[in-house]
Write a protein that binds this ligand. Structure first.
Ligand code: C5P
Length: 316
């Protein structure tokens, strides 16, 4: 939270004059495995999507207001839509409609997760707004009800609510939580500009035209590495079927991946649909060194260190 964009009439808990509000913290994700099947008739792709939540967070505050409004602060705030296309606004509308109430709420997003970066930043804001509005309006929705609304909002939104680690199948929304036996350290290199998820899936379709795309399946070696907390084994098992598509659309990502590897990362991959790149490292010290080397390389806009797993959406 370094810069401010948009009007920030928002309420958070700080200060005695603050309006009553509920703040929810929501993590970003990296896909440690993203296995993509052929395009389905509905345009979506069946996935075997192993999500891992990382300690890079957005905070969403919901406060009473005369009508639904959204504001945002953070380095990328100017790239966040403040209209009803914002998943946070849609979450408030869907929840209110279910309960026959009006979505009169001010949503303020303090954004640290890269925008359109392949780290589920928009999904995080959807899940965060949902939980914050549910608490503000005293609805006490069950976990199952919240997850149903999340799935309606987008394929990655249920995982933003749940956090930790999970296997997502179907279009990624049907989750099974996964055990994680240790802490993993990461560096995330943020690229200039985002990539549109539908465009990346479209490029995947183009690149796989005429190819017999296998049914997506989770890798037993990868699930084992997560369960045992074995960083070397995880490094060997990371896989993202969207990476060739992201790199085809943004060839400069190759230089970022190489810079992180040269700096000592155990493994490098594109995060989800990109263009953020993710580097798995041995420990916190290595994370600082790789982040500094990536920034010095000039192949990315900035780099963040983070740990996983991180908890899902949490009321502060
Ligand atoms: O579910 P969500 O709205 O996040 O998906 C955004 C877009 O990403 C979809 O419209 C689709 O083009 C693509 N997508 C896909 N297969 C998935 C998830 C997303 O093709 N499993």
């Amino acid at each position: 939270m370094t810069a401010t964009g948009g009007a920030t009439a928002a309420a958070s808990g700080a200060g005695s004059n603050a309006a009553p509000g509920v703040t929810v913290r929501v993590p970003a994700k990296v896909n440690v495995q993203l296995a993509v099947g052929a395009a389905r008739p509905d345009g979506f792709h069946d996935l075997a999507n192993v999500f891992l939540a990382v300690s890079l967070y957005d905070e969403v505050t919901a406060a009473p207001a005369a009508e639904l409004t959204v504001t945002c602060e953070g380095p990328d705030a100017d790239k966040v839509p403040l209209d009803r296309t914002n998943l946070a606004a849609r979450a408030a509308e869907l929840l209110a409609a279910r309960h026959g109430i009006s979505p009169d709420v001010h949503l303020h997003i303090a954004k640290d997760i890269p925008v359109a970066g392949g780290m589920a930043g928009g999904s995080a804001d959807g899940a965060g707004a949902l939980l914050a509005c549910d608490a503000l309006w005293g609805l006490n929705s069950s976990r199952a009800e919240l997850l149903e609304i999340c799935a309606e909002l987008g394929s990655d939104v249920p995982f933003s609510l749940v956090g930790g680690a999970a296997l997502g199948v179907g279009r990624g929304e049907k989750l099974t939580e996964l055990p994680v036996g240790g802490t993993f350290h990461w560096v995330f290199a943020v690229a200039d500009g985002g990539l549109s998820t539908p465009v990346v899936f479209g490029e995947f379709d183009r690149l796989t035209e005429g190819v017999d795309v296998p049914e997506p399946a989770a890798s037993p070696a990868l699930l084992d590495a997560l369960r045992t907390g074995d960083v070397a084994a995880l490094a060997g098992a990371l896989a993202n079927d969207l990476q060739p598509a992201a790199v085809s659309l943004r060839p400069a990502l190759n230089a970022t991946l190489e810079a992180g590897t040269a700096a000592g990362a155990l493994a490098a991959l594109v995060s989800g649909s990109g263009p953020t790149t993710a580097f798995l490292v041995k420990d916190a010290e290595a994370a600082d060194a790789v982040a500094a080397a990536l920034i010095a390389s000039g192949t990315c806009r900035t780099a963040h260190v983070a740990m996983s797993p991180a908890p899902g959406a949490t009321v502060l």
